[in-house]
Ligand binder design. Sequence first.
Ligand code: BEZ
Length: 264
Amino acid sequence: MFQSKNKMVLAMPENQWQSALYESKHSFVWRYGADCLELLLPQQGEYILDVGCGTGQLTQEIAARGVIAIGIDKAPTMIEQARKNYPNLRFEVADATRFHFKEPFDAVFSNATLHWINEPERVIASIWQTLKPGGRFVAEFGGKGNIRAITTAIGKALETNAISASFTNPWYFPSIGEYATLLEKQGFSVTHATLFDRLTPLEDGEKGMQNWIEMFADSLLPEMSSNKRISAMQDIENQLRPELYRDGTWFADYKRIRVVATKA
Ligand code: BEZ
């Protein structure tokens, strides 16, 4: 049965994610996010929005607890795959900075998404307006210091291979203080905020780091010949190997921020 309590008003197709690659080689994204559901504590009959649902695995886990769960993502490719994966659930293409639903939610959940959006105030405002009074916001994403080793290695490799002198970090990795302040400015009461290291094993053995960079950080690498690209990738791996490669597995130096806030 298609769960439709609500009507989506705004949809913003744009981001062309490769949903097949995401699902086959990056399942850690939602496997780790499942921990955060313990903070969400979904209750039977609640109405919960999953912001940045990707291919729908966590939306499905939320729904499995007797909740009416709706997933939104900016990438049409992800939503298309989410609908195929879980045809009984509702998924919509929508931009986290300006979505709007007619019916308010009991809770908004978000895993591994908010670091992609450089307008946190707008995301927080959208979440605020979609929650019922007393509703809760539970999120996990990259926090201050996230992937520092990886981005430093990419920067050095671009410089030493004379590819580019600098790059702009496209992500938003706030400290707890910074993010809690934004939430409080909006009117939220922050009841839980942590920042912790989570060295995350990547799939596919020796190819793990290259896959990760190609999936998530390709925008940092400018156009270059395939020879230059190979030597830049080797340089990145050589720099990272002592810190992030162990027994045949690459790791990403993730640092997560987790927050729980209520619309008081
Ligand atoms: C993260 O989940 O922390 C992340 C993933 C891709 C790019 C940057 C950060």
